[in-house]
Ligand binder design. Structure first.
Ligand code: DSN
Length: 412
């Protein structure tokens, strides 16, 4: 990465970025929501478009000099519409949470009831968690996963919807390894007269590639982030039916945001172009086969995977039978050169700062070209660390192996 001007101007930040590049290169990154954006995405995001104010929408701006911002945003919108087969797209949300906020604020009033997946079972903060604005503004009802199977219990979803009559049902997750049945959710929403929002932040790339069912035409709205399986810049996006377009656009600007981040929108457009290629489809297939292989490798080593495996890019590992907490595992694995995040498992008896599990995802290792054989190596390394978690020499040995593996797969 060429950041030579920065070296002259701000050696401290330059140094930190160099160290971050080395961290990303030298560790096996298994955080399910992260990825390595392409150089082209990073170049667009690092461009002079950051200088431009462009409040409004293409052709209807509140500043002069927006002719190139207009081209950028129109390209991003058209590419996203094509990829997701969506009637309308807004590419301005700065994040997934703001995308969700715009949907809620457009169609709900405070005290309305929303129903989402429980954060403790793999849902997301912005789907009604009590510590989030959604939990403070709205009444909330949560569905979860079945204790025995680890799958979402659609019978429970239906019963809760009938009982609480939510105004909006949210289908989406941050730590659920199975297929989301958008059609079944939408049937339930129709039956109780609820709007339906699909939050596809984690699985956007899989959906584009046809590796997960698409939410459209079943849902009213879909929100996503662009930096997870989609592999673009950090940011958000809203897709919706044409009838909701005006309300959504007005809520993003001027409702909850000011000037769009034109440089990020340019990088989103680049990512959408990359996502339209056959190579991207193969990449998404690779993510799933790597995730499945990691899950089966860990299972062979005696680890319990919630729901018994994965259909997507991630898995939740229950460490209770290993007598190790998620926090201990996260720390020791990172010291061994393998970065994961501690994660509550469904029905966890430990607090979120400790947890009984870790979440593992395959997008980043797949981006750098690793395949089945490497997944087996990684499963072995994880097993060695967790089973000998108090032994510094095991951690040191694994960190040498992790670094050697990473050196075969440069990220940039
Ligand atoms: N924080 C993200 C994740 O890690 O899944 C979701 O927004």
């Amino acid at each position: 990465m060429n950041i030579e001007y920065l070296k002259e101007t701000d050696p401290e930040i330059y140094e930190v970025i160099c160290r971050e590049i080395a961290r990303e290169q030298n560790k096996i990154l298994l955080i399910a929501s992260e990825n390595y954006a392409s150089r082209a995405v990073i170049e667009a995001q690092g461009s002079v478009l950051t200088n431009k104010y462009a409040e409004g929408y293409p052709g209807r701006r509140y500043y002069g000099g927006c002719e190139y911002a207009d081209i950028v945003e129109r390209l991003a919108i058209e590419r996203a519409k094509e990829l997701f087969k969506a009637e309308h797209v807004n590419v301005q949300p700065h994040s997934g949470s703001q995308a969700n906020m715009a949907v809620y604020f457009s169609f709900l009033k405070p005290e309305d009831t929303i129903m989402g997946m429980s954060l403790a079972h793999g849902g997301h903060l912005s789907h009604g968690a009590s510590v989030n604005f959604t939990g403070k503004l709205y009444k909330t009802v949560f569905y979860g996963v079945n204790k025995e199977t680890g799958y979402i219990d659609m019978g429970e979803v239906k019963d809760l919807a009938e009982q609480y009559k939510p105004k909006m049902i949210i289908v989406g997750a941050s730590a659920y390894s199975r297929v989301l049945d958008f059609e079944a959710f939408s049937e339930i929403a129709k039956e109780v007269g609820a709007y339906i929002l699909a939050d596809i932040a984690h699985i956007a790339g899989l959906i584009i590639a046809g590796e997960h069912p698409t939410p459209f035409p079943h849902v009213d709205f879909a929100t996503a982030t662009t930096h997870k399986t989609l592999r673009g810049p950090r940011g958000g996006i809203i897709m919706c039916k044409a009838e909701y377009a005006k309300a959504i656009d007005r809520m993003i600007f001027p409702g909850i945001q000011g000037g769009p981040l034109v440089h990020v929108i340019a990088a989103k457009a680049v990512a959408f172009k990359e996502a339209s290629t056959q190579g991207f489809k193969e990449y998404q297939k690779g993510i799933i086969s790597n995730a499945k292989r990691l899950a089966s490798g860990l299972t062979k080593h005696g680890f319990k995977i919630i729901s018994g495996g994965t259909d997507n890019h991630l898995m939740l590992v229950d460490l209770s039978n290993m007598n190790v907490t998620g926090r201990e595992a996260e720390e020791s694995l990172d010291n061994a050169g393998i970065t994961v995040n501690k994660n509550a498992i469904p029905y966890d008896d430990k607090p979120p700062s400790i947890t009984s599990g870790i979440r593992i995802g395959a997008p980043s290792v797949t981006t750098r070209g690793m395949g089945i054989a490497e997944m087996d190596e990684i499963a072995n390394m994880i097993s060695e660390v967790i089973k000998d978690i108090n032994n510094p020499s095991t951690i040191a040995n694994v960190s040498v192996m992790a670094r050697a593996l990473c050196s075969k797969y440069p990220i940039y």
